[in-house]
Write a protein that binds this ligand. Sequence first.
Ligand code: ZN
Length: 231
Amino acid sequence: MSDNTQHAAIDLEWANLLSPQRRTVLRGGGLVAALAASGLAGSVLAQDGAVKRAKDVKPAATGKSPWGEHTDTAPTPRPVSVRPGEETLPSKPRAYTDIESYHAHIYFDEDSYQKAALIRKWAAERFQIELGDWNLEPRGPHVTPSFYFGFTNDLLPVIVPWLQLNSLGLTILIHPNTDDPRADHLYYALWVNRSQPVNGYAMKKPGPGEPRVEQIFVNTRPTVKIETSHA
Ligand code: ZN
């Protein structure tokens, strides 16, 4: 295969991934020009195969990296798993009755807090739940502002569809409470809309005398009958 045929084949592969509009650009040989115009063509392969930096790119620092000089050949340690018991293929399913209760964490930011306030009000008016405080800063494993409510297992078949239809587009994490908080947040999670990072790696089972999150103390007094299509 000549160099040109090879390039054409690669172009075609890309063209198939891209939109028809871009395909026209590729056919016209305009890809390189488009990249150059966008500034993406700043790095080019030198004769020895290493990437040569464009002149206007801020140069790398001189001196030694604080990470050491041989990080590229360091061994690859296995990180701790978020799976309970570390088993990839357990010999039998886990009993679903290990779930003691659920939490719903509703995430918001400075642009969406009013939506969060509406979901909070609507939920408190309709469900017997344990409604937590506003967390205006990251708290526990939650990396953005949030509030949560806890609920007993019997409400799951109502609260999941209710949150699906009433999320107002916010990101919501629904997690079970078993005896393994790390798995609850990172491995057993159920998301409404897109997911977002959860910093749950350091979570451990609560020690003796520490509060047990799975206990639900109802603190709402519902006053509104939940809406259904058959009223
Ligand atoms: Zn939670």
